[in-house]
Structure formats: structure tokens, C-alpha cells
Design a protein around this ligand. Structure first.
Ligand SMILES: [Zn+2]
Length: 127
């Protein structure tokens, strides 16, 4: 009796672990797609290359901002977002003395369940 309980418990633990690994792999794949879609971006204000760390990310914009309160989803749509950001770091990752505000134009696409399946910075504007 005790042995069979242990087996079932072990199996449940494994299947949960597999699910977590799958979710992490999907996330990694999504992040690499986002990175691949980002070309070299130049700052319209200072003319320097913009380090990708300055650019808005899908988690920060969609999950932590747009969907923060929950209960609402954008579905089956392609939309453009204007997102406030800052040119704070050089292309080498050093903090700029003269930081300046920017607006990122982002092309997003949402599937039928509201998941953001495309997130691409298409333009950077000064503000
Ligand atoms: Zn700049």
C-alpha cells in the first residue's frame, strides 16, 4: 500500500516537472525569435546604436503593463503599440551620461486566446 502511493506520487512529480521544462523551452524559443527579429537600431536623437537592453521586451510591455490587471485580452489582431522607453545604455552596456527619452513603435500580433505571438520593434522615435 505504501509502495504504490510512493509510485503514484513519484509519477505526478515527474509529469509536473516535464510540463515546467516544456514551458521554459517554449519561453526560450520565443525569446530567441524576438532577438532574431531585432535588427541594429540607431537612436534618432544621438545617432548612436541602441543596445537591445534599452528596448522594450514582450514581458514588460504585454504581461507586466498591458495585461497587468487581467480580465481583458486582445485577440486575433495585429496592432501597433507606442511604448515609452529611454536611451540609457551605450551599445557596450555602459550607462550614458546624457540619457534621453524615446518612443518605440512595436508591431504586435495576438492569437485567438490573447497570447502575443509577434513582438517586433519597427521604429524608434524621439520624444
Ligand atoms: Zn540616443
Amino acid at each position: 500500500m505504501f509502495c504504490s502511493f510512493s509510485l503514484i506520487h513519484g509519477r505526478r512529480k515527474n509529469s509536473k516537472g516535464d510540463t515546467m521544462i516544456r514551458q521554459i523551452e517554449e519561453k526560450k524559443q520565443h525569446e530567441s525569435e524576438v532577438l532574431l527579429s531585432q535588427k541594429k537600431v540607431m537612436c534618432p536623437v544621438c545617432g548612436e546604436e541602441i543596445n537591445e537592453d534599452n528596448l522594450p521586451e514582450v514581458k514588460g510591455v504585454i504581461e507586466d503593463n498591458l495585461y497587468y490587471l487581467g480580465g481583458v485580452a486582445i485577440v486575433n489582431s495585429s496592432v501597433q503599440l507606442l511604448v515609452d522607453c529611454w536611451h540609457e545604455l551605450t551599445s557596450g552596456g555602459i550607462t550614458l551620461d546624457d540619457q534621453h527619452p524615446l518612443t518605440a513603435v512595436i508591431a504586435c500580433r495576438f492569437d485567438g486566446e490573447g497570447k502575443c505571438v509577434q513582438f517586433e520593434v519597427t521604429e524608434i522615435r524621439g520624444r
